[in-house]
Design a protein around this ligand. Structure first.
Ligand code: 3HC
Ligand code: NAI
Length: 688
């Protein structure tokens, strides 16, 4: 017995209850009493069966991630599972909520697993740059087969109770009080006297594994790993479960785990796990949040439609407002089409589609927004238009309604100042496509009320977004840093790099795509319009746009795209254009290496991040990492730009920035004071 673990009895069935809020992680203070209880119950002749269950909202959600990287305290999870397997009476895991990672591995040490209908089971260690280290790679395939285990472990995705039941991972799914059912189940099994075989000895399914099919699947998954070591190690470990003796496979799993847990990639991914949760916390005291039950969205274009879908997908009724019936019809038709595509792909049922569509109300009348608690505008990126919309909202929105703008660049303080209720105004900067992209920059303006801010932070979580609170500046955190990264891309081309070489350096680094492929995908005309509005030029990008080369949507941009294909094919015409423009500027082309490409694009990215921190636009360095990983595809294995700066070495970054600053005189290379301090202290935190 301890504060974190209780043992009770129901006749001859013992019930072990783990109680370690919030998610019952297997911290040392749980493992120690758990081991002791299992040994006692094993040796107690009055106990006929043992049920392991959890208090609170979930079964064990895994090892305690905060313990990784610290000295291991015995007993380890592996020893607990091994002890479970020495118990000759039936052991039953009663799973509600989520059995994840070490939690599922604990359950795999039991003879049986029973769940309620809402339970989810999975081994998500790969998302932390790890593989299951408590025997999961060796035991799960014994129940569900090697191929399904491979898919589950390499993806880290959970499966629901019914699927787990059908796959053989779960023995029974119950409605009603789970512990009562589990106790009855245990008593019945004990009464029958078996059979109950530990999972380690159930290897019949493995013997029929088609290793060729397994290897094909594993090779396919390896290709998608993009330089991450964990998915490859996961696949290797599951293969070992098929080809090696149980104990050998277990030892091999351990060796892989020990290597991964010490790797930079896993440190980076663990950093991101906590960074995402930290980002949702607003510094300062807890605020009572305003209630949001109904949402209004103004503008049913690219962003407005996606934003409305994001809310409807999260269960919120949405009023969508446009300037004309025709624009409204077009917007709603696009939404309808997007849902239909999801149905065709099998990610949405016809029924769910109907339910989501039923949440939309279309309107062209601002009076219809009167019952909305939050209204998000996504109209044209033009200050006059935005102010006009906010002016109309002032009359139409109820008192206390939160008024949000999805502007990419405009000054939200100025928008707020144009209304008589600046305390209700904030930015909700979604990323395109807004119904898919996880990132949401929540922009806190000078006068935004804390209870409005707290309400949208909570709402973001409810609709499955990763929220980061940022301050007002041109481009906020993400787009402002993107501009710093992009500043040198053109220069690199004019000095001799091809778009393909630059993009290749990025994909080799681990990005899903490089800046030119990304530009082609997003549409080059967006940046072109933005530059024109600000009186800026970019000779190559501007010329491409003048030639109607807007990227994928016109079939031509930095690359060629054949007949609607997404494959980027290098275009000799673009290379000739670059040569001509370089000649006009009198620049002699030279070979540009991958290292230089990274230095000139990513070091300024870090430098701008440091300035953003200095100015208090982001509250923490880790918030910037969350923005870049979730909104721009910064490789997870490198933890985001600010974490990566630590790996790369701030001193080295400064040295190279100074070199390029001297050579070019460009401001993006001038090292930020905070970066210098980071080089001295090893931390982004102020005052350390
Ligand atoms: N260890 C330590 N802390 C954890 C944790 C864990 N495994 N899982 C969650 N937490 C903490 C979070 O940091 C958060 O702390 P905070 O309130 O101080 O910010 C708190 O618990 C609540 O977490 P969430 O906000 O994520 O709560 P949700 O209800 O949204 O989600 C969850 C619950 C689905 C369980 C989610 O927390 C989750 O996915 N957790 C991680 C699961 C996981 O990765 N397990 C594998 C761990 S590695 C492992 O088991 C290795 C083994 O093979 C040896
Ligand atoms: P869009 O041109 O696709 O859509 C704008 C819509 O607003 C149009 O349907 C238009 O009819 C409607 N509209 C214009 N004035 C209106 C008014 N007064 N009342 C009601 N509706 C009105 O533009 P997009 O791309 O959706 O951008 C919208 C906003 O989102 C802009 O501020 C943009 O900067 C921002 N944004 C755009 C991103 C993108 O990738 N496209 C990403 C993040 C933000």
């Amino acid at each position: 017995m301890s504060d974190f673990l209780k043992v009770s009895r129901d006749g001859d069935v013992a019930i072990v209850i783990i109680d370690n809020p919030p998610v019952n992680a297997l911290s040392f203070h749980v493992r120690e009493p758990l081991m002791q209880a299992l040994v006692e119950l094993r040796d107690d002749p009055s106990v006929a069966a043992i049920v392991i269950a959890c208090a609170g909202r979930t079964f064990v959600a895994g090892a305690d991630i905060t313990e990784f990287g610290k000295p291991v305290q015995q007993p380890e999870l592996r020893a607990i599972v091994a002890t479970l397997e020495t118990i000759a009476k039936p052991t039953i895991a009663a799973i509600h909520g989520t059995a994840l990672g070490g939690g599922l591995e604990l359950a795999l040490g039991c003879h049986f697993r029973v769940t309620d209908a809402g339970a989810k089971l999975g081994l998500p260690e790969v998302k932390l740059g790890l593989l299951p280290g408590g025997g999961g790679t060796v035991r799960l395939p014994r129940l569900v087969g090697a191929l399904k285990a491979l898919k589950m472990i390499v993806s880290g995705a959970s499966i629901g109770a019914e699927e787990a039941h059908a796959a053989g991972l779960v023995d029974a799914v119950f409605e009603g009080d789970l512990t009562t059912h589990a106790v009855n189940f245990a008593r019945e099994i004990a009464r029958k006297g078996g059979p109950f075989t530990p999972v380690r000895d159930r290897d019949e399914g493995l013997k029929t594994t088609d290793l060729a099919a397994f290897d094909t699947e594993a090779a396919d998954l390896a290709k998608k790993a993009r330089g991450l070591e964990a998915p490859i190690a996961c696949a290797q470990a599951v293969r070992n479960a098929v080809t090696l003796h149980f104990d050998e496979a277990l030892a091999a799993e351990r060796a892989l785990f020990v290597k991964l847990v010490a790797s930079d990639q896993s440190r980076a991914q663990r950093h991101l796990f906590f960074a995402e949760r930290e980002a949702a916390k607003i510094p300062g005291k807890d605020f009572i949040k305003r209630r949001i039950a109904r949402v209004g969205v103004i503008g049913a274009g690219t962003m407005g439609g996606g934003i409305a879908m994001a809310f409807a997908n999260g269960g919120y009724p949405v009023t969508l407002l446009e300037t004309s019936q025709e624009a409204l019809r077009r917007g709603l038709a696009t939404i309808d089409k997007n849902y239909a595509v999801s149905v065709t792909r099998g990610s949405l049922t016809e029924d769910a589609k109907r339910q989501r569509l039923a949440r939309f109300t279309g309107s062209t009348d601002y009076a219809d927004l009167a019952d909305c608690d939050l209204i998000v505008e996504a109209v044209f990126e033009d200050m006059t238009v935005k102010k006009e919309v906010f002016g109309r909202l002032e009359a139409a929105a109820k008192p206390g309604a939160i008024l949000a703008t999805n502007t990419s660049y405009l000054d939200i303080n100025e928008i707020a100042a144009s209304t008589s209720r600046p305390q209700d105004v904030l930015g909700l900067h979604f990323f395109s496509p807004a119904n898919v992209m996880k990132l949401l920059e929540i922009v806190r303006a000078e006068k935004t009320a804390p209870d409005a801010l707290a309400a949208v932070v909570d709402l973001a979580r409810r609709i499955g977004k990763v929220a980061v609170v940022v301050g007002v500046c041109h481009g906020f955190v993400g787009n402002r840093m993107l501009a710093a990264r992009g500043a040198e891309s053109e220069a690199l081309l004019l000095e001799g790099a091809t778009p393909r070489q630059v993009d290749q350096a990025f994909t080799d680094f681990g990005w899903p795509m490089g800046p030119f492929q990304m530009g082609d995908l997003a549409g080059l005309d967006i940046g072109w319009r933005n530059r024109k509005a600000r009186g800026q030029t970019a000779v190559i990008a501007d010329t491409l746009c003048e030639q109607g080369r807007f990227g994928q949507k016109t079939g031509r941009g930095y690359y060629l795209y054949e007949a609607g294909a997404r494959t980027a094919v290098p275009d000799p015409e673009v290379e000739a254009l670059i040569r001509d423009k370089a000649a006009e500027k009198g620049i002699a082309l030279r070979a540009v290496g991958a290292e230089e490409i990274i230095e000139r694009t990513l070091y300024p990215l870090v430098n701008e991040g440091a300035r953003i921190l200095e100015e208090g636009i982001a509250a923490r360095a880790s918030d910037i990492d969350v923005v870049w990983v979730n909104g721009y595809g910064f490789p997870v294995g490198k933890g985001g730009p600010m974490f990566w700066a630590g790996l790369e070495g701030a001193a080295k970054i400064i040295e190279r920035l100074e070199y390029w600053h001297q050579r070019t005189g460009r401001q993006v290379f001038k090292p930020a004071p905070l970066l210098k301090r980071m080089a001295e202290t090893g931390s982004w935190e102020a005052g350390e």
